[in-house]
Design a protein around this ligand. Structure first.
Ligand SMILES: [Zn+2]
Ligand SMILES: [Zn+2]
Ligand SMILES: [Zn+2]
Length: 351
């Protein structure tokens, strides 16, 4: 029994008065879609080629076969060629078919829409199918999104029918995915380590700033930044660092074990003084203890060129830049002004 033929007329909204359709699209399920060759040809270069092909009989009706996808998907596709639009329900139902059609018939605007829609609808259930389609249709953004979802939620994907099918039929793709997951894990670990390091450098950078103002103003009252300022003095914004540092300085001044170099806390304070001296650009007027002594010592020993200290100073400086970028805008503006007006810091950034 021959399949029942159904004709779908595309509802096109256009101001132009269109002539009678001069081409008919045939789909696998017997659906017939009358259309205008001029419109199809103007949007899809592939359809343009098909239409321009000489026909056997001049009089015979022009027919374009679009097989292998549901008739409804073809109708949505043709509708897009007319209106550059596609209803959400059509996307929901035929998103994957439309991506394939947009790729085969080279309609980049539709391809973009499909990539976006499929990305939004990505789940652990459909990700394997979408991934394979993204590969076939040369959609790198969608491909990457699929890979990331796979990597982040592999346990759930592993249990799906789609994954089991892939393992049995496409060992090469399976290998590629497993390798990506492996690299993804390594990247995540690396970036975690990087964040931890950045946190450390940011702390050091804060400590450098607090060290300067503590030594300039004497040990200041520290309190949470939003506490009411006493005697018109605003508490330091870097409350935790500042308090820790002030406690450390007081300890350093009175520690009995310092002389024998056996105190860990004093050793840390000593290193902070040394780092300060390394990055300090106004040694002559600087009030931070040992600043001059360290600088003289460094000049004598040519330590200024020590690559490890150079690297540390550069990282501390860049942590300062990073943290200033993450401050709220008003605060950032203030910081910028301070930075620009302070020639010491400006050249310090060049380190
Ligand atoms: Zn402070
Ligand atoms: Zn000590
Ligand atoms: Zn100094």
């Amino acid at each position: 029994m021959a399949p029942q033929t159904q004709t779908i007329h595309i509802q096109h909204q256009t101001n132009r008065v269109l002539p009678e359709p001069d081409v008919c699209i045939h789909t696998s399920h017997g659906t017939r879609i009358p259309a205008h060759s001029s419109i199809l040809a103007s949007v899809s270069p592939v359809l343009e080629n098909l239409i321009d092909r000489p026909r056997k009989h001049r009089s015979s009706e022009r027919i374009i076969q679009i097989q292998g996808v549901p008739g409804g998907a073809v109708a949505a596709f043709v509708g897009f060629l007319y209106s550059s639009a596609c209803a959400e329900e059509e996307m929901e139902k035929y998103g994957m078919h439309l991506l394939a059609l947009s790729h085969v018939y080279m309609v980049p605007q539709l391809k973009q829409r499909c990539v976006k829609a499929l990305t939004q609808r990505l789940t652990t259930e459909n990700v394997v199918d979408v991934l394979q389609l993204a590969r076939l249709c040369d959609a790198p953004d969608l491909h990457l999104r699929c890979m990331k979802l796979l990597a982040n939620d592999f346990k759930a994907v592993e249990a799906t029918e789609g994954w089991k099918f892939l393992v049995n039929h496409d060992p090469y793709l399976e290998l590629q995915i497993l390798r990506f997951i492996d690299e993804h894990e390594t990247r995540k670990k690396k970036s975690r380590r990087h964040r931890e390091e950045q946190g450390l450098y940011a702390q050091l950078s804060e400590a450098m700033e607090c060290l300067e103002h503590i030594c300039k103003e004497g040990c200041t009252d520290v309190g949470p930044y939003d506490a009411v300022a006493e005697r018109g003095r605003t508490p330091c914004a870097r409350f935790a660092t500042c308090r820790g540092l002030q406690v450390l300085i007081r300890h350093f001044a009175t520690c009995q074990r310092r002389a024998s170099a056996g105190c860990v806390r004093c050793k840390r304070m000593w290193q902070l003084f040394r780092l300060h001296s390394y990055v300090c650009h106004h040694t002559d007027s600087c009030k931070v203890p040992f600043c001059r002594q360290f600088q003289l010592k460094m000049q004598q020993e040519e330590m200024k060129d020590d690559p490890r200290w150079k690297l540390l100073a550069r990282k501390v400086a860049s942590a300062k830049v990073m943290s200033s970028l993450s401050l709220p805008k008003r605060k950032r503006d203030e910081e910028m002004r301070v930075t620009i007006n302070n020639p010491g810091i400006r050249s310090y950034k060049l380190l």
